[in-house]
Design a protein around this ligand. Structure first.
Ligand SMILES: C[S@@+](CC[C@H](N)C(=O)[O-])C[C@H]1O[C@@H](n2cnc3c(N)ncnc32)[C@H](O)[C@@H]1O
Length: 291
């Protein structure tokens, strides 16, 4: 990596105000209101959701009011067709990226442009190389300084577990599901909680535990606090929530990926839905509906 940095320095070091660094982006401090523009390419697909949310918030804070942020990512699927035995890349949907950035900036970014790369469409017939230009709103409050969302219950902000915006009742499938207790805007934290990693548990058999790694096959399973067990799943594109897992801190945040009305059922796409034995029946149900 250092060799590339040196070559870049040799080619571009003469530009005023230029500095070069090779650092872990999740640990970098970008400062506050320093930059007019931030550019990133093929970065967030290599970070988990918790890291992505953190870096989005830092980029947002580092921009001057009215500043812009460009990013380009492979969405939905791999950009090439090379077979890989291990591929930890996250091919997120455009909806999910937009919800994560909405939540991280507390609605402080406006999407100025959204497009698929013409080059990839023409040469690779791939419409999933997506690019965004976000502009920081002039009146935005920086994420680090922003007050937490207005409480809707007596749950103190310091609580590791907050289920105050959710309730659980019988669902239409004969079990229990999670529902919004209040109206919530896209990006709002619906529920937060903690997990405990389980021993002697196989989540391929047990549908009530969480996949607690990005590895495949996954062998780490966890028990989630609060109402988290009771969220039902749905198809890509129909979800209204997303669970951001912070593996290291054994915690999660479930955020609204669209505006919610009180009593809407809260649905997210299970991370393990496609491969977990106990969810096979759910995929078959969907295939039947489409047929
Ligand atoms: C994590 S639990 C969710 C809570 C569950 N409904 C309950 O009552 O315990 C996962 C299980 O919920 C059910 N479930 C989740 N999403 C569903 C869906 N879209 N349609 C039918 N059943 C679903 C399936 O039985 C699945 O194995």
């Amino acid at each position: 990596m250092e060799t590339y940095i040196e070559a870049n320095r040799a080619a571009n070091g003469h530009h005023a105000g230029t500095s070069f660094a090779c650092e872990d982006v999740t640990k970098q401090d970008f400062g506050t209101e320093r930059y007019d523009h931030v550019f990133s390419n093929w970065l967030f697909m290599y970070l988990d959701d918790a890291e992505t949310a953190k870096v989005f918030a830092r980029i947002f804070d580092s921009l001057k009011p009215g500043g812009t942020f460009f990013m380009r990512e492979s969405c939905f699927r791999q950009s090439g067709n090379k077979k890989r035995s291990f591929n930890p890349t996250k091919y997120r949907s455009d909806e999910l990226y937009e919800s994560l950035i909405e939540a991280a900036s507390r609605g402080g970014f406006t999407i100025e442009q959204r497009a698929a790369s013409e080059t990839y469409i023409q040469i690779k017939n791939n419409e999933n190389q997506l690019m965004w230009l976000f502009r920081k709103n002039l009146d935005a409050t920086n994420a680090a300084a922003a007050a937490p969302p207005a409480p809707t219950s007596l749950t103190p902000a310091a609580s590791l577990v907050d289920t105050s915006r959710v309730y659980v009742k019988n669902d239409e499938y004969g079990g229990a599901g999670c529902f919004a207790s209040v109206d919530m805007a896209e990006g709002v934290e619906v529920e937060r909680g903690i997990v405990r990693v389980l021993t002697n548990c196989d989540g391929n058999e047990n549908p009530y535990v969480f996949t607690w790694s990005d590895e495949l096959p996954n062998t780490t399973w966890a028990l989630g606090s609060g109402c988290s067990t009771f969220y039902n799943t749905t198809e890509e594109g129909s979800a209204n929530t997303h669970m951001i897992r912070d593996f290291a801190n054994k915690s999660f945040s479930i955020v609204a990926t669209r505006d919610l009305k009180a009593h809407d059922e809260l649905l997210h796409v299970y991370k393990s839905k496609k491969w977990r034995t106990c969810f096979k029946v759910l995929n078959e149900g969907e295939a039947g509906q489409k047929a």
